[in-house]
Design a binder for this molecule. Structure first.
Ligand code: BES
Ligand code: MN
Ligand code: MN
Length: 455
């Protein structure tokens, strides 16, 4: 590869300006108030792919937000890389916790602060710029297809349909994704696993109306008290999940795999001080790396009901609600876990309380190989640009579509992410290092180069 760093050096400011333009579009897929903005982000990606030299660029409509597709086929005999990313972002709420407005990107201490800076606009846009670089310097070594979606943060259900209906158009040799994190800027790593997800909302109903908490209190089950108790009962004293059958399919690691997983550097003191917590918490018998990497979880994401306004109102509520996520590991199945949860939750409801369990989107866990030509190309690319071979790690988050790529297209993915866990994804003050942005743009062309070499 020639002139990679030179090209980046001479286009540095523009690369940043363009990303800032994209970050200013509040493409929040979860909130219909931002509908026009989500479409605008898709149009932006289309224009930039075309400018960079992609052919057949199209904003493909779906029942939800569109998928931006484009490709450059230079020779059908060459390997093809399918680049996946997302242009939608999580809601920025609560806005008051941001030090600068979420859709007005700024650079502070070498980091870009904005919603989507890392997840996934910054990381996805590196691929558009790396492609531009390879086109302009006449050294695109593989065919490339781009598929950039706008519903990753809400479960990718329309992308699933698109993938099933466009198998031929999406045929490739590997999927390349930058939507995960690495250990540190001087410790590159590649995720070789992601957790799956089962997500439910529960509604717990007691009396038919809100009641005076003095007149009725003590004589009628309070749905909030009951919900709190039901939730608390779903972990035992060792923090194991108590849903019958929950662990039945969990694939335990071999001793060798467990040793390998723990080779990744991890500083527990740094972990605690970053989060300002006095201690970690979790399932007995597993350490922090294992708890996020290879073990399933159950967590309440939100809980509400009753009176939460100013002052006090003495009321015994009629209803209480919670949103609950379960992170899954191989070989758990999202549908199976959702139904085990439902059955259990219904069974522990006391008489006099009605419960409704509403399943939301889910996704299957994945593991990716560390000995494939694609993984080795990614490792070599990172070694070239970081001067260090990346460490294989397990990511705790989920990208549900990755399992579907495998099932429907028969394609493995390479999760070559450049973010950091400290980038505050989904939180206020999300950021992405300027270093990481340029490093990604620099590394991606080497992946193309080494992947071509391996074929
Ligand atoms: N990019 C993340 C997933 C991620 C982040 C994986 C860091 C590994 C390390 C993705 O955008 C995401 O947030 N996924 C959701 C999935 C969901 C909305 C279906 C998640 O993990 O909560
Ligand atoms: Mn993401
Ligand atoms: Mn996300």
């Amino acid at each position: 590869m020639q002139g990679v760093t030179n090209y980046i050096e001479s286009n540095k400011q523009r690369f940043l300006d363009e990303l800032f333009e994209l970050l200013r579009i509040p493409s929040v897929s979860a909130n219909p108030d931002f509908k026009d903005d989500v479409f605008e982000a898709a149009a932006f990606i289309k224009a930039k792919l075309e400018e960079a030299g992609a052919d057949a660029v199209e904003v493909c409509p779906t029942d939800g937000y569109p998928i931006v597709y484009g490709h450059k086929i230079i020779d059908p005999k060459l390997p093809t890389i399918l680049v996946y990313g997302h242009y939608d972002v999580q809601p920025a709420d609560p806005y008051e916790l941001w030090d600068s407005p979420p859709f007005e990107p700024v650079i502070k201490n070498g980091k870009i602060y904005a919603r989507g800076a890392c997840d996934d606009k910054g990381q996805m846009y590196m691929h558009v710029k790396a492609f531009e670089l390879m086109m302009r310097t006449n050294q695109l070594p593989c065919n490339v297809k781009f598929m950039i979606e706008g519903e990753e943060e809400v479960g990718s259900s329309n992308l699933a349909t698109f993938v099933k209906n466009n198998k031929k158009r999406l045929s490739a040799d590997v999927v390349l994704i930058s939507d995960t994190s690495m250990i540190a800027n001087d410790t590159p790593s590649i995720d070789v696993g992601l957790r799956g997800l089962s997500y439910v909302e529960v509604e717990v109903t007691g009396p038919n109306r809100d009641l005076h908490s003095g007149v009725y209190g003590g004589a009628v089950a309070n749905p909030i008290n009951i919900l709190a108790k039901m939730i608390a009962s779903m972990h035992d004293e060792n923090n194991h999940i108590t849903i019958p059958g929950f662990y039945d399919k969990v694939l335990e690691l071999t001793n060798a795999e467990r040793v390998a997983l723990n080779l990744a550097p991890f500083d527990i003191e740094e972990f605690k001080s970053d989060l300002q917590i006095a201690d970690v918490w979790g399932e007995k018998g597993y350490n922090t790396i294992e708890r996020t990497g290879i073990r399933p979880t159950l967590d309440v994401n939100g809980i509400w009901g009753g009176y939460t306004g100013e002052g006090s109102k003495t009321v015994l509520p009629s209803k209480a609600y919670a949103k609950i996520s379960m992170r899954l590991v191989p070989n758990q199945s999202s549908d199976e876990i959702t139904s085990l949860f439902k059955k259990h939750f219904e069974s522990i409801a006391p008489a006099g309380i009605k419960v409704v369990v509403k399943p939301h989107h889910g996704g299957e866990p994945v593991v990716t190989p560390t000995d494939s030509p694609a993984y080795l190309a990614a490792a070599k690319a990172m070694e070239t640009t970081f001067g260090k071979s990346p460490i294989p790690t397990r990511g705790g988050g989920s990208i549900p579509i990755v399992a579907l790529f495998e099932k429907e297209l028969g394609l493995k993915s390479v999760l070559m992410g450049f973010g950091l866990d400290s980038d505050a994804l989904h939180s206020p003050n999300e950021s992405y290092g300027v270093f990481n942005y340029y490093k990604g743009i620099e590394t991606i062309p080497y992946f193309f180069h080494y992947f071509n070499e391996a074929h």
